[in-house]
Write a protein that binds this ligand. Structure first.
Ligand code: CMC
Length: 418
């Protein structure tokens, strides 16, 4: 690209590398002219080798492997390893990784008893999770030594392992049930389901179809390159804070209804619609600007969300076991009406990952407040993969510029003269 400053006639050539241009070259010519890009819609904040996403083609790949193949053949723990270390593990590496994760699932009793049980009885489990993850940094002060690769790896294991324990603990507290300790005999998803649902039985046996469906949902949610939560992770991580605090920042960003909170919003919307007959009127109201269709649209996917395609299939597997979610018919009608409507076609708005995931979670018995928590469990591995990559890249602290639009300099006015 050739860039010319029309004020001076000076030019500079900037090569396009990996689909982007280096802002450093721009800086040489136009030092004090900033890119105005709120929401980073046109800004690559980093180079990354973790996840490839082509929104126009509906492509999602982790470390080069298509999401469809991983969802069909892999497990969440294997995918977490792949995201973090860049390659699929061999049998020995996988066994060691699984052992490490399994044996770090317990949380300090003070986190559970004094911290988590200190919340108000109706605390939102996502609020509890965000706070509990941040609190973990005080239990592992060595985690501040982020330049030591062994220390980093240890915190990565701890975070991936403890997230389900914290998540299930938040749920148990919110429904007044006693905490269930992790069971090291169980697989990752089975163990989480045991901590969620176990009552008095000596060993909780999760339905294999449901445990598998949850594991696939974890794979689909594990990473999604520079989304809002991951950006929060990278921004916080760039200040060299410890990984628990950075993960809490990422989880806080995920909490919002425009991001990981959307699956909760979808169920509320479907309940509000109430009946298939009300779908056309609801869509008309959305088109008139009265709210958005939850679970529709995506900043990057402008054709289809490949995760949504996989999830729709899983939904039917789950409903075989649990019975059909009564909201499914409304969701299908909504999808049909919206996909045939010019408002949604022209804006390239398609169902995203959250449109069907909430229906599955609800059919599996999860309360809607747990939906974003279910997103945070697997996304933790993606956040940590980006955190590790950021530190290995030795990136500068995140510190954007602004275009100041406030008052010019003015003198202080005493209160009685205002
Ligand atoms: N329903 C109705 N209209 C919509 C929707 C929607 N869900 N999403 C976007 N639009 C319209 C929007 O009003 C705008 O129209 P116009 O050009 O006439 O002003 C146009 O489409 C472009 O919207 P935008 O807000 O500029 O798009 P964005 O890229 O900033 O927003 C989004 C992306 C996901 C925040 C948005 O589509 C949205 O709010 N969707 C609903 C919430 C949701 O499902 N979020 C989950 C995202 S996937 C999971 C994740 O990664 O977290």
């Amino acid at each position: 690209m050739t860039l010319t400053d029309n004020r001076t006639g000076e030019s500079i050539e900037i090569p396009i590398v990996n689909g982007g241009v280096d802002a450093g070259a721009w800086k040489k010519l136009l030092g004090n002219i900033w890119f105005a890009d709120p929401g980073f819609t046109q800004t690559a904040a980093t180079e990354s080798a973790i996840t490839e996403l082509d929104g126009e083609a509906g492509i999602l790949r982790y470390r080069g492997y298509p999401i469809e193949q991983l969802a069909e053949h892999s497990t969440y723990l294997e995918v977490a390893y792949l995201l973090i270390y860049g390659e699929l593990p061999d049998a020995e590496q996988y066994a060691a990784w699984k052992h490490e994760i399994t044996y770090h699932t317990f949380i300090h009793e003070n986190v559970r008893k004094r911290f988590m049980e200190g919340f108000h009885h109706d605390a939102h489990p996502m609020g509890m999770l965000v706070s509990a993850v941040a609190a973990l940094s005080t239990f592992y002060p060595e985690s501040k030594d982020i330049q030591d690769p062994d220390v980093r790896d240890k915190q990565i294991v701890r975070l991936i392992a403890k997230m389900p324990t914290l998540a299930a603990g938040a749920h148990r507290f919110s429904v007044g049930m006693p905490f269930v300790y992790p069971d090291n005999r169980l697989e990752f998803s089975d163990n989480f389901l045991s901590m969620m649902w176990k009552i008095a039985e000596p060993e909780y046996q999760a339905d294999p179809v449901l445990a598998k469906a949850l594991d696939v949902l974890f794979i689909l949610h594990a990473d999604h390159e520079q989304n809002c939560g991951t950006t929060a992770m990278r921004v916080a991580g760039s200040s060299h804070t410890d990984p628990y605090s950075a993960t809490a920042a990422a989880a806080a960003a995920l909490y919002g209804p425009r991001h990981g909170g959307a699956n909760e919003a979808v169920i509320k919307m479907l309940n509000e619609i109430g009946h298939v007959d009300n779908v056309p009127a609801y869509v008309t109201a959305v088109k008139e600007g009265k709210g958005r269709l939850q679970g529709f649209g995506h900043r990057v996917y402008k054709n289809f969300d490949p995760r949504a395609t996989i999830i729709k299939k899983i939904a039917y597997d789950v409903f075989e076991v649990t019975g059909k979610n009564p909201l499914l018919d409304i969701a299908l009608k909504l999808e049909e009406v919206a996909l045939a409507d010019d408002y949604f076609i022209s804006r390239k708005l398609y169902p995203n990952v959250d449109f069907y995931s909430g229906l599955i979670y609800q059919a599996m018995g999860f309360p809607i407040e747990m939906f974003t928590v279910l997103f945070a469990i697997p996304r933790t591995s993606g956040w940590l993969a980006h955190w590790k990559e950021l530190l290995e890249q030795d990136q500068k602290i995140a510190r954007p510029r602004q275009l100041y639009t406030g008052s010019a300099s003015r003198d202080y006015v005493a209160m009685d003269a205002r």
